[in-house]
Write a protein that binds this ligand. Structure first.
Ligand SMILES: [Zn+2]
Length: 126
């Protein structure tokens, strides 16, 4: 079972990464920019945000006290969120993340817009 992850396409980034318990709660804290406490008692510092092919995102955190790594998956934009992003863009404002708020501008990824902090997509660009 202890198959060593080589330097293949997945790298070692997923190796030893555990899913966070209570993802709902952690997502809420993450969107709000609150300090997140790891299940090991330390602080969770975001390391990487990955954009998945299905439009969802994955954020990898490292626990400041144990150095254990955790992942939190972020669902893709809902219909309501996409509509809101579209309305904002059509009103001439650079679209921002409906979860992170106005300080987090969306970036263009392929033909979509995505939040650099969620890794999730929120509909078509332009
Ligand atoms: Zn976001």
């Amino acid at each position: 079972m202890a198959r060593k992850s080589g330097e293949g396409e997945n790298g070692d980034q997923r190796a030893g990464v555990m899913p966070l318990p209570d993802p709902e709660e952690y997502r809420e804290a993450y969107y709000a920019g609150r300090v997140m406490t790891s299940p090991m008692g330390g602080r969770l510092d975001p390391l990487t945000v990955r954009m998945e092919d299905d439009g969802s995102g994955t954020v990898i955190f490292e626990c400041s006290s144990s150095s254990l790594r955790y992942e939190l998956s972020i669902p893709t934009g809902t219909r309501t969120e996409r509509r809101k992003v579209k309305e904002v863009r059509e009103s001439g404002i650079d679209p921002y993340c409906p979860r992170h708020g106005e300080d987090t501008r969306l970036v263009r990824v392929d033909r979509d817009v995505a939040c650099p902090q969620c890794g999730a997509r929120f509909g078509r660009a332009g």
